[in-house]
Design a protein around this ligand. Structure first.
Ligand code: NDP
Length: 285
């Protein structure tokens, strides 16, 4: 029986709280049940020094793929046979797929984000402001640029991380990218089309933490997205909704990266509604 292996080292990492049921597992297995796939998606902890054996073991046991998260997203690359385009640019893999008996590393975080974005706005030719230069900021900025955004502003607290990401973007993707050190409330430039929180600000339990942003500069023509899945209705999501912006919450990104992973592994285009419902049952709406 084919199976997926989720090399998930820290169950609390993405979700901010210990969970009785792993949300990703619940979401993916809801899709398997809905589409009649007799598969499992397992959550397995792998220590850094066991990664090579785990990848070899996944192959030996006939797994069709696996997700991997911190601390394995970069380290796993040396154990793979090839990389998809955006994973190669980012230097990070969160989804591994067996293709022609080879392990190919993909990055579905940014792809999932762009999938959700495209339902509201075509990123082609757009100006995007992204708060954060960590894993999520990197994945989203690379993928929106590959999807056609022409200008990207990275706003980040740590200057070194922000400058490093902007250098990568200017070298590897066609968009013009600029770094702005995050000092006090950031005013969104008037001609911005898309605003993204790709930091961990707002993640449970710090649900009232405030993104240092002048909310009066958010206007109804902007699309505002938040990567935080728990809780989905973050302070930013609420404030942007009040100002008439179209809003994408963190559950949307989580669902869409799961949809892409399942499509890669099985060829089936899974129903995102079933997957979102499984997450809402865990996180609330
Ligand atoms: P990283 O640790 O790689 O990066 C964290 C980012 O947040 C950095 O830019 C960091 O800035 C910034 N940051 C954290 N705290 C503060 C603060 N108090 N003030 C200003 N900046 C801050 O994490 P990831 O990028 O991997 O993940 C970020 C968030 O994205 C997580 O909460 C995770 O839940 C979410 N996520 C959601 C996904 C989804 O599918 N919905 C998928 C992947 C991630 P600095 O560089 O200065 O430290």
């Amino acid at each position: 029986m084919p199976a997926e292996l989720n090399f998930q080292q820290q169950l609390t990492g993405c979700f901010g709280q210990p969970v009785s049921e792993n949300p990703t597992q619940a979401m993916v297995e809801a899709a398997y049940r809905h589409h009649g796939l007799d598969w499992r998606y397992l959550t397995i902890e792998v220590a850094p020094d066991g990664l090579a054996d785990a990848v070899a073991g996944a192959g030996a046991m006939g797994f069709v793929g696996f997700n991997c998260t911190i601390p394995h997203k970069v380290a796993v690359i040396q154990h793979l046979d090839g990389l998809g385009e955006s994973a190669e640019v980012m230097g990070a893999v969160n989804c591994v797929v067996r293709r022609d008996n080879q392990w190919i590393g993909e990055n579905t975080d940014g792809k999932g984000f762009v999938e959700g974005l495209q339902q509201l706005v075509d990123p082609t030719g757009k100006r995007v402001v992204i708060f954060g230069a960590g894993g999520a900021g990197r994945a989203i900025s690379v993928e929106v640029a590959l999807a056609g955004a022409t200008e990207i502003i990275i706003v980040n607290r740590s200057v070194e991380r922000g400058e490093e990401l902007v250098a990568l973007l200017n070298e590897r993707v066609p968009a013009k990218s600029t770094f702005v050190p995050w000092e006090g409330d950031y005013a969104i430039p008037a001609n911005t089309d898309i605003v993204v929180n790709a930091t961990s600000i707002g993640l449970y339990p710090d649900v009232d933490a405030r993104l240092e942003l002048d909310v009066n500069t958010l206007t109804a023509n902007m699309v505002v997205a938040d990567v935080i899945p728990n809780p989905p209705k973050t302070r930013l999501v609420r404030e942007a909704t009040e100002r008439g912006c179209a809003v994408i919450d963190g559950l949307g990104m989580l669902v869409n990266q799961g949809v892409i992973g399942i499509k890669y592994w099985s060829g089936i285009d899974p129903d995102p509604g079933v997957m979102r419902k499984a997450l809402e049952d865990i996180f609330g709406t």
